[in-house]
Design a protein around this ligand. Structure first.
Ligand SMILES: [Zn+2]
Length: 335
């Protein structure tokens, strides 16, 4: 039974918005582009992994958790965690194209592309070991003891992988059910009650991962981020405040809700707390009253009164705001 579904990817959405607001000549521009590519590949891989568990019916008691974020002696995130009476199984997805080899003398994997290009990546066994230790600590703190197994999953079955490490299990998605069946053939170490207890405690301990604000996480000063309302029709920044909302000088588009995207960008890139002054400064707006109306429209909670009022967005607020901004953009662009 899937007890925790895959979360929405805030990170990818945030990185794409960060790139939009970063000047092309910025020193971090290409590294953010690379981060977007890697995050997207990771997301696609995790979706393939989640699909395996969605489609396959395991004929024994089990619980599945996708995107689990826990804290013990450190914070850690597990792509997919499988819980059964024989133990916990950590699945880590690696979506890297090309021929992959695992040299035994180094803690890196080497990828060779068809064009001969060779790149090195951190070996997934490092992250797996770290997650295993932190999960053991998490169990230990709750006086629970259970075996932990680990496996790396590569999404493409046609991929060539040379694994010379004896201590690392590498699977393609369709091999997962067989791998799990072999574990389940061993004698159980948990009874029904203990199994359920661990599942509930895992769920209760999960906290959604909050990657915001992205500018500080990527060491980019907020002053380097482009300000103003972006025209969703032509992409130009600096829409003018007009009676009916916002007007674009370049393509003539008028937008009643252009500020939704702008404020979403401020919240996820700069600060999840926003005052009237900060709103005016970021949207390049003079009217105090208009900024007030805009802030109220965001439908996020505020603290304080009058000039000291500050709006504070939680991750849930960001999710809802992002949904509204995307729906509005779709409507404008007639998708
Ligand atoms: Zn425009």
């Amino acid at each position: 039974m899937i007890i925790k579904k895959k979360s929405n990817s805030f990170k990818l959405m945030g990185l794409e918005r960060l790139l939009q607001r970063l000047p092309n000549h910025h020193s971090r521009y290409s590294s953010i582009e690379n981060a977007i590519r890697a995050t997207r590949a990771g997301e696609n891989g995790e979706r393939i992994l989640a699909d395996v568990f969605q489609k396959y019916e395991f004929p024994f008691k089990h619980f599945i958790f996708h995107d689990l974020n826990l804290r013990s002696t450190g914070q850690f995130q597990i792509d997919t965690l499988f819980l059964c009476k024989q133990g916990l199984i950590i699945f880590e997805m690696k979506n890297i194209a090309g021929r992959i080899s695992f040299p035994t003398d180094q803690n890196q994997i080497v990828r060779t592309l068809d064009n001969g290009q060779i790149d090195s990546f951190e070996c997934p066994s490092i992250q797996l070991s770290r997650n295993q230790i932190l999960l053991e600590d998490w169990l230990h703190a709750r006086s629970m003891s259970i075996s932990i197994y680990t496996a790396v999953v590569f999404p493409r079955p046609q991929q060539r992988i040379e694994n010379n490490r004896t201590n690392l299990t590498i699977l393609f998605p369709l091999e997962i059910p067989v791998f799990l069946r072999n574990i389940v053939e061993q004698p159980p170490t948990l009874d029904d009650h203990q199994l359920r207890n661990i599942a509930t405690t895992l769920m209760e301990s999960h906290r959604d991962y909050n990657p915001f604000p992205l500018s500080s996480n990527y060491n980019i000063s907020p002053s380097e981020i482009k300000k103003g309302v972006r025209c969703v029709r032509c992409g130009q920044f600096g829409m003018q405040s007009i009676h009916k909302g916002w007007g674009c000088n370049r393509c003539g588009h008028t937008d009643s809700h252009g500020h939704l995207q702008g404020m979403l960008d401020y919240i996820i890139l700069v600060n999840n707390q926003v005052t009237n002054k900060e709103c005016r400064n970021f949207l390049q707006l003079e009217s105090h009253q208009k900024a007030n109306r805009i802030l109220k429209q965001l439908e996020i909670p505020s603290q304080g009164e009058k000039k000291g009022r500050v709006y504070v967005a939680s991750l849930k607020d960001i999710e809802l705001l992002s949904k509204r901004a995307t729906e509005h953009e779709r409507k404008v662009l007639n998708w």
